[in-house]
Design a protein around this ligand. Structure first.
Ligand code: FAD
Length: 299
């Protein structure tokens, strides 16, 4: 283990943001493919900055150059823009040594937060762990904690993980991840708050006491929402589905109805004591900024 680097300043730890009387606000970005994508992303960050996010996170794809992009982007956001940042990290295709080395580089760059994930295999394949790697996020989370004193987040699934054999077992696995040292849970996107509330109640009953942050994706178009449903299995509430279908040929009306739903979804979550809202921005700012400006995050 390498512990020679000084610890990042405590102010960069996400757990420092939970000691207030307001729900946290955070944004997720992905490393763009090209210069035009970076220009769009940094424009989006500047547009979202006035909302004073508590942190932002950067997604991760396995492979040398992709993982370097995550590292470079979190470092740039935190060290140049002074916005608290978290790197996503997955087990796919990596040995423990490779993961340990990546964690050392994050720590050396002052990054104090890691979202520890199993990751997904390439489309159509089953997840196969590296022979000297990890099978589950519940194995990665304690490794991350032991490597350096990171604040560790893990993923949660209000509608159950697509591969879960049983919803209660899925929650037991979430509890295991938290017991292994996670300080917060960020959920998969969902559109029906009732799913979230039932799942959160069950999680609390099971003894999961850490903050549970709701993953939110603003609904902007029928195509986008269908793609998301296919990708992660989130259900669309029936009345919303009927409404979106009735407007399908009118893109502006679909966007208005989708945004209205997302705003009400966020307001309802805040009214019901959500610990934080995490927006899946897809590197765009307009919709998230519109919603963010309307919200009162005070608990
Ligand atoms: P795990 O917690 O390991 O769970 C995977 C499955 O195994 C579940 O069905 C669980 O019930 C089961 N399980 C867990 N532990 C055990 C055990 N000990 N024994 C038996 N069964 C077990 N993917 C990326 O590739 N890059 C990203 O940047 C990324 N960011 C994400 C951010 C968020 C907020 C979320 C919610 C997901 C993200 N994903 C990302 C997707 C994620 O990698 C996939 O959903 C993946 O399939 C599961 O990851 P996990 O960490 O939840 O897995």
């Amino acid at each position: 283990m390498s512990n020679s680097q000084p610890a990042p300043d405590k102010k960069w730890r996400i757990d420092q943001a939970f000691n207030t009387h307001k729900a946290t606000l955070s944004f997720e970005f992905f490393p763009p493919k090209d210069d035009a994508g970076y220009e769009q992303l940094f424009h989006a960050i500047e547009e979202l900055r006035p909302l004073s996010p508590d942190y932002v996170s950067v997604t991760y794809r396995p492979g040398g150059s992709s993982r370097d992009k995550t590292l470079q982007l979190v470092s740039r956001i935190q060290n140049k823009l002074s916005i608290r940042a978290m790197a996503h990290l997955t087990c796919v295709g990596h040995s423990r040594e490779e993961i340990g080395e990546f964690l050392d580089r994050l720590w050396a760059n002052g990054i104090a937060n890691v979202l520890a994930l199993r990751g997904d295999p390439p489309a159509g394949e089953h997840f196969t762990p590296h022979e000297n790697g990890f099978h589950y996020a519940s194995e990665l989370a304690p490794f991350v904690r032991a490597r350096h004193d990171f604040c560790v987040a893990v993923a949660g699934y209000p509608e159950g993980h697509p591969q879960c054999l049983n919803r209660t077992r899925d929650l037991e696995m979430l509890k295991l991840k938290v017991d292994q040292g996670a300080s917060l849970v960020i959920t998969q996107l969902f559109f029906d708050n009732d799913d979230f509330y039932h799942w959160r109640d069950a999680a609390r009953k099971m003894g999961i006491t850490v903050p549970i942050i709701a993953g939110i994706m603003p609904i902007l178009s029928a195509t986008q929402i269908k793609r998301m449903v296919m990708m992660c299995g989130a259900k669309i509430p029936h009345p919303l589905l009927v409404k979106l279908e009735s407007l399908e040929n009118d893109a502006a009306a679909v966007r208005a109805a989708g945004m209205e739903h997302t705003l009400h979804q966020c307001q309802d979550l805040l009214k019901n004591g959500v610990d934080g809202l995490h927006f899946y921005t897809l590197n765009k700012s307009t919709a998230t900024a519109e919603i963010g400006r309307e919200l009162d995050l005070k608990k």
